[in-house]
Design a protein around this ligand. Structure first.
Ligand code: NAD
Length: 321
């Protein structure tokens, strides 16, 4: 039975990954960790450690203490926050990856998951159906850390045989936890505001098309990639992954079909420039071929599920207060 450590388990993706892995492998086999006690459910539903991903000794001690063989490194500073704190983003995103890769290189862990992002692409990348292998000149600090991280993952695999697996996540949409400072955060906030205020001020322009994915698909992809036989994997940097692409106007219209008095206004801020440098759609045919990736949620299904879950969530919090 595998013993898993999730670093950054309190975040948008880490928390849902923790719930899912605990369901599959049992609470005792999944150690959640974060720099702080940020998510009460994660800390209560199984083992939880406060752990700084920049601290090599702390990660090593935790791996030894819990006999860990697999690490999911989900701690990172995301695109919008990274532009405000470039050196901190570099420090966290790069050093945490080196710590985990070096533990694997030294044989202390067997398998690593590390997420990359569509932010590895830049304004010179072909933006429609962006191929797996293409021009990559990212213009954000976050994108630079992900691009460099991909190179190191491939290097550690080829040179040292480290079994590190990676996905270039698109913008992830979910209802359990709020997103953590990315450029695609609008696509989560819009659902919350539609339900609580019936109006939303969007920080991207109405026609900015970006690749997106519902959380259930992102978790499924992550676990499928980690379960795939090693000899099926042809990409050891990071796999392109895709589900849907839409604009703020299209997500607004899909919500309005359920909430007719919902309104929107557009006030692009500094995040528009970041979004403009990213692809509008992604070609993920290699992931579909290598490990049979397939998404389940299109925009319509995602909107239905988001509204259903968030209405339930807000109703139950009203009852409590
Ligand atoms: P998030 O910001 O929601 O969560 C990150 C977590 O890391 C937080 O709980 C935070 O407290 C924790 N953390 C921060 N500094 C830490 C430190 N020094 N030590 C330990 N923990 C620390 O991020 P997320 O959206 O869940 O993203 C997870 C991963 O997926 C990241 O690598 C991110 O780059 C990648 N990704 C996310 C998206 C998305 O849309 N959410 C898209 C592409 C890639």
């Amino acid at each position: 039975m595998s013993k898993v450590l999730i670093i950054g388990a309190g975040g948008q993706i880490g928390s849902e990954l923790t719930y899912k892995l605990r369901k599959i492998h049992g609470d005792d086999n999944i150690v959640a960790s974060d720099i702080r006690f940020s998510n009460i459910d994660i800390t209560k539903s199984g083992v939880f450690e406060v752990l700084d991903a920049k601290d090599y000794d702390a990660i090593k001690n935790c791996v030894i203490k819990h006999n860990i063989d697999t690490v999911y490194l989900m701690a990172a500073m995301l695109s919008a926050t990274g532009e405000k704190h470039p050196m901190m983003a570099w420090d966290l995103n790069m050093n945490s990856l080196f710590h985990v890769l070096n533990l694997a290189k030294d044989g202390m862990i067997k398998k690593v998951f590390w997420p990359s992002s569509i932010a590895v692409f830049g304004p010179t990348t072909p933006s429609v159906d962006t191929p797996q292998h293409t021009i990559m000149e990212p213009t954000t600090v976050y994108g630079i850390t992900k691009q460099v991280g991909e190179r190191w993952c491939e290097y550690y695999n080829k040179q040292y045989g480290v079994d590190v697996r990676s996905i270039r996540y698109p913008g992830i949409i979910s209802w359990k936890t709020m997103p953590g400072g990315g450029t695609t955060d609008y696509a989560v906030e819009i659902y919350h505001k539609a339900i609580t205020h019936k109006t939303y001020e969007c920080f991207l322009s109405e026609d900015t098309q970006l690749p997106m994915m519902f959380m259930n698909d992102a978790i499924k992809a992550t676990l499928d990639l980690m379960d795939a036989p090693e000899d099926c994997l042809t990409i050891r940097s990071s796999y392109n992954l895709s589900a849907v692409s839409f604009t703020p106007r299209e997500i607004f219209e899909s919500i309005k079909a359920h909430i007719p008095d919902f309104s929107i206004s557009y006030h692009p801020d500094f995040r528009q420039k970041i979004a403009d440098s990213w692809p509008s759609s992604i070609d993920d045919s290699i992931a579909r071929k290598d490990w049979k990736w397939n998404h389940d949620f299109n925009l319509e299904l995602m909107t239905k599920e988001m509204i259903f879950q968030l209405e339930k969530k807000y109703q139950s919090s009203e009852k409590v207060s």
